[in-house]
Design a protein around this ligand. Structure first.
Ligand code: AMP
Ligand code: GLY
Length: 420
């Protein structure tokens, strides 16, 4: 199999690493990739959201399939363009990716199909928003409709906060078109977990669970980020809850999308809140999570290329996906200042090679090479260090010993990933 992976973050590093281990893989190309991926796959400097560039590359390398990592190319319709060229792709079509691309689409879809979720109100003007905010006494969540790089959600305690957030989106153009319409949601409480399924449009199979650490600092303090670490399996979930989420959320979503003429193929990531009335959907994403992938895939005990092939051939129905019984955690090292302003191009300390060890992986998230071929930072989240262990304590000890040894003075990390 000749495979093109689209993307260049920690998620794509983990995806490429899993694909590279498959006996079915004969050629692995990643675009744009990163210096970590470059050590085992050919990288091409084509941006993930350059739809035409990615299509050309897929033709040039005669890709048997393209694995699309990030949401932006999916929402832009890369899958649809590849299919027009006769190239298979793993990931949802442009229309199906609306489950992530438009929070309004997703909420209205769940409502049509009785999928449990918080109450919501769609608003395009500040007066409607204010009315709803007052109705909820300010205890609500304000969300920009479109993609806002994980920053378009404001969890509010007071009327003032919620009106300020809505005004910034609707009147002050904070997120451009993505914030022209917003949702005011009922704020629900419980423990959050992420559930991942793979679907061929007709059937879905669970491909792991994880808990993400979204806040920048220890004890869930500080601003929201893309994720500062993750643990798998999700401690809040057990077999029964997984089954409940599969039956009440994943299956009706796959069936509903098919029924609406928009079959969902690829990874469906459900962010759920376990409330006292059962699991409810917080959000859907149309791809693997980052950094959740860095803990999901190292636990996968079924060949990832076979999973993709069965998805493309629509034969997932009776597939079982296995995992190793061990736990995994990943700790993100981010640039100081993230998720606000931070420097790029900062030299990283030499990174030890763990390629011959299955229990430790250093995934590159935001790195590049300077003109002297040194590895430098190139993003907010820079590295993610994954460890596999018999229990979470064991994972923490292994992952943090590597993180501490890296000792990057221009970076920071949370010290409580996996802390019980
Ligand atoms: P999202 O980007 O939709 O995942 O939202 C970011 C975070 O906001 C979630 O991980 C939740 O912690 C929180 N959140 C979003 N929607 C709600 C809601 N309706 N009620 C409570 N918390 C929410
Ligand atoms: N870690 C959250 C996400 O990938 O959306």
């Amino acid at each position: 199999m000749k495979i093109l992976v689209v993307g260049g973050g920690g998620r794509e590093h983990a995806i490429a690493k899993s694909l590279s281990k498959s006996p079915l893989t004969t050629k692995l190309v990643v675009a744009p990739g990163n210096p970590g991926i470059e050590t085992f796959a050919k990288c091409h400097p084509i941006a993930a959201d350059d739809v035409q560039g990615q299509c050309k590359l897929a033709i040039n390398i005669k890709a048997d399939f393209v694995f699309i990592g990030p949401e932006t190319p999916l929402v832009l319709g890369l899958k649809d363009e590849l299919l027009k060229l006769g190239i298979n792709a793993f990931g949802p079509s442009k229309n199906a990716a609306q489950l992530e691309g438009s929070k309004t689409f997703s909420r209205k879809f769940c409502k049509r199909h009785n999928i449990p979720q918080p109450e919501f109100k769609y608003c395009t003007d500040i007066e409607t928003a204010k009315k709803q905010i007052k109705l909820l006494n300010g205890y609500c969540v304000v969300k920009a409709d479109g993609l806002a790089a994980g920053k378009g959600v404001v969890v509010c305690d007071t009327v003032g906060q919620a009106i300020a957030a809505s005004t910034e989106m609707l009147e002050k153009n904070k997120f451009g078109n993505a914030g022209k319409s917003i949702l005011i949601e009922e704020r629900i409480n419980g423990i959050e977990a992420s559930v991942f399924a793979v679907s061929d449009g007709n059937n879905a199979v669970l491909i792991g669970t994880a808990q993400d650490y979204k806040r920048a600092y220890d004890n869930d303090e500080g601003p929201n980020t893309g994720g500062m670490g993750a643990i798998s399996p999700a401690p809040a979930l057990d077999k029964d809850l997984n089954q409940e989420i599969f039956n009440n959320i994943i299956t009706p979503t796959i069936n509903g999308m098919k029924l609406e003429g928009c079959p969902y193929e690829g990874i469906l990531y459900a962010g759920v809140m376990i409330t006292d009335k059962g699991p409810k959907v917080i959000e859907f994403n149309c791809r693997f999570g980052d950094p959740e992938t860095q803990v999901l895939l190292p636990r996968l005990n079924t060949d990832l290329v076979s999973i993709v092939q069965k998805t493309i051939k629509k034969t997932l129905k009776d597939m079982t996906i296995d995992f190793i019984p061990q736990n995994a955690i990943t700790v993100v090292i981010a640039s100081k200042g993230y998720p606000g302003e931070f420097d790029k191009g900062v030299l990283l300390p030499p990174l030890k090679n763990f390629d011959d060890q299955t229990e430790i992986s250093i995934f590159h998230s935001g790195t590049s090479k300077d003109k002297n071929d040194n590895i430098v930072s190139n993003g907010g989240r820079v590295l993610s260090i994954t460890s596999i262990g018999e229990n979470v304590q064991d994972c923490r000890q292994k992952a943090y010993s590597v993180v501490e040894a890296i000792n990057w003075e221009r970076g920071f990390y949370r010290k409580d990933i996996g802390k019980l």
